[in-house]
Each structure stands twice: as C-alpha cells, then as structure tokens.
Design a protein around this ligand. Structure first.
Ligand SMILES: Cc1ncc(COP(=O)(O)O)c(C=O)c1O
Length: 351
C-alpha cells in the first residue's frame, strides 16, 4: 500500500476530478484555429464578460497569456514596470525580452504588496530620445512569491488614475485573481475596470489541467490571436480543455474559500511555536510563505524532513519555504501538516 502524500508544493498540482473529466469528454469541439470550437468560443465570451471586457483569448498557459498581453502594450525597446518578485519577470525566463524586445525595470515591495507610489516613482513615460519610455505597469494579484498577497483595490484605483494621466497602460497578472475575489468580495468586473489587459489562469486553484485567458479589447485580442499562432499556440479541438475551464468556473471557484481557511489554520499552528516564521495575518489566501531567516534550518532541510512525514512543500529559496493549499487536499492532509510542521520546527529551534 503506498503511503498517502500531502502535496502542498503548488495549487497547480490538482488533478481533474472524475466529474470534470466526464464534462470534458462530452465537450462539443471544432477547429479553434478556424475559430470553430464552440466550447472555446463560449469560454472566451464568458471570461471576457466576467471581467467586463470585449474579448478574451484561450491560451495553454498563464505565461503565454501574460506575454501576449504585454506585447500588445509595449513595443520593442520600450519599458514595462513591475514588482521585483513578480512572475512576469522572475519566472517567465525573460520572455518579454526574448520575444518582444521589452525592457523591464522593477520596484521591490515587502510581500509583493502594491503601493501605487512605488510604481509611479520609477515611471518615466515619454522619455525622449535618450531614455527608455515606460509604456505599461504590470500588477500581480494575488502575488505568488509574495505569499498569496491580495492587492488593495484602492491602490489599484490610484495607480490607474495616475496612469491615465501619464498615458501608461496597465496589465493584471491575475493567475490567482479568483482567490483575491473570493477573499475580498471585490467583483471580478471591478478588477477588470482598471486594466487594459488581464491574464487569468484556470489551471491553478480552480483545478483545470490546462488553460489561461488573455482578456482585453476585441482589437488587441485579434492581434494577440495572430501572435499566439506565430508562437505555435494555435490549438485545434481544444474545447476538451476549455470545457474543464467552464466546469472549474461553475463548480470550483466557490471552493477557494476552504483553501484560504486551511492556509490560515496552518499558519496559526506554525506561529504558535515559531512566530518569527510566519504572521498568520499575512496569510490572506491559499499560500503560506515561511521565512526561515531567523532559524538555523534551511528551507531545503525543512522540506526534506517534512517529506519523511509524507508532506511535500516548496523550498523556493534557502530560507523561504512555500506551502499552497488546493482542492486535492483533504482534512487529514491539513491535520497532518498542522501537527507535524510545528513539531519539526520546535525541534529545529532547540537544535
Ligand atoms: C502569478 C502567476 N502568473 C503566471 C503564471 C504562469 O502560469 P503557467 O505556469 O500556466 O505559465 C503563474 C504560474 O504559477 C503564476 O503563479
């Protein structure tokens, strides 16, 4: 009998449920490069409508949706600003530079939390013939490497207002915008209002095996459609995957609340023995980021010890360990983490 594993490395690890698979198998499909896949078309319309935009484009990955979006806003040799630890600059392997000739400058903020002034302080639109001109600012909500941080709608609004005056566009990396929406109650349309382009993922907390969408005006989406094909992302009877997206929106969005409650409970259990490692107040969604800088143990050592107890976690730096809750975990997994992690940390404290 294989030992049960509690896998908290990422919310991308979820497997499609039986019911989702059944729903996918029954999808009506067509050739999406011809624009003839009804399930893709209806998903694109549905998601555009959810965010109050004209159109959307189904993409295999969030990285592609991000990259298509920023290339619609920033020309080669122009500049995108974003937070230092955002996915778009850290985890997309320089795609903006490699594919679109986009230069990037970043600002650093604790937990990736957006303060409009941090972005505005480094923004330089219309910089003339000597300096690079800022064309767009990207915001990540929730912020992944920041620990699932929710961005304040007031800061987003303020940034939007200033960007309108400065002629700077705004992009939202909303891979986990669903988590922000569920945690705050802020409407998806309200988030949609402040951004020229958005990317959203169905393959993170929502549990679809594949699928992200770029969202914007019809004009930008038809241009992005050409670039998607150029990049080799024109897919055929991909309604099978879009059906998983429909299923996820219908059934899994509401489940995120449980992920958030569980993440908070894990943080509280840890803080009760090692308060310097995590402040539960900062755990706003489904990500628990442990800061081990005050401890001797490294993230890799801690992850290895937890693995012996059947718990998988993500050491993303020598002193940063990430745990992510998602719907493939059950109550016994969470109880195991709540029991084992504090014990292991307690031992590390006295070692
Ligand atoms: C914030 C954020 N944006 C974009 C992506 C990219 O998604 P994908 O892995 O589908 O390319 C991720 C992936 O984890 C992410 O966390």
């Amino acid at each position: 009998v294989s030992k049960k594993i509690a896998d908290l490395r990422s919310d991308t690890l979820t497997k499609p449920s039986e019911e989702m698979r059944r729903f996918m198998s029954e999808a009506v499909v067509g050739d999406d490069v011809y624009g003839e896949d009804p399930t893709v078309n209806s998903l694109e319309e549905r998601v555009a409508e959810l965010f109050g935009h004209e159109a959307a484009l189904f993409c295999p990955t969030g990285s592609l949706a991000n990259q298509l979006a920023i290339r619609m806003l920033v020309a080669p040799g122009e500049e995108l600003l974003t937070e230092t630890n955002s996915h778009i600059v850290r985890a997309e392997l320089g795609a903006g530079a490699a594919f679109s000739g986009i230069t990037t400058r970043t600002w650093l903020s604790p937990r990736g939390e957006l303060k409009a002034d941090d972005a505005l302080n480094i923004a330089k639109p219309d910089s003339g013939p000597y300096l690079v001109s800022t064309k767009a600012i990207a915001v990540e909500n929730t912020h992944n490497f920041g620990g699932g941080t929710i961005q304040s709608i007031l800061e987003i609004k303020k940034l939007h207002q200033e960007c309108q005056t400065l002629g700077i566009s705004m992009h939202l990396d909303g891979a986990r915008i669903w988590n922000a929406h569920i945690a705050t109650g802020v409407a998806l349309k309200e988030y949609g209002k402040y951004f020229d382009t958005l990317s959203v993922c169905l393959s993170k907390g929502l549990g679809a095996p594949i699928g992200s969408l770029m969202i914007s005006t019809s004009d930008r989406i038809s241009k992005a459609r050409q670039w998607r094909k150029r990049y080799g992302g024109g897919m055929r009877q991909v309604g099978i995957m879009a059906a998983a997206g429909h299923y996820a929106l219908e059934n899994n969005l509401k489940l995120l609340k449980t992920d958030h409650v569980r993440a908070k409970a894990i943080a509280e259990a840890i803080a009760s023995v090692a308060p310097s490692v995590i402040d539960p107040k900062t755990v706003e969604t489904n990500i628990v980021g442990l800061d081990l800088s005050s401890m001797k143990i490294t993230a890799f050592e801690l992850a290895a010890q937890l693995k012996e107890h059947g718990i998988l976690t993500g050491p993303l730096g020598s002193k940063y360990l990430r745990l992510v809750t998602h719907y493939d975990l059950d109550e016994s997994d969470i109880n195991l983490v709540k029991q084992v992690l504090p014990e292991v940390l307690k031992r590390a404290l006295v070692a």
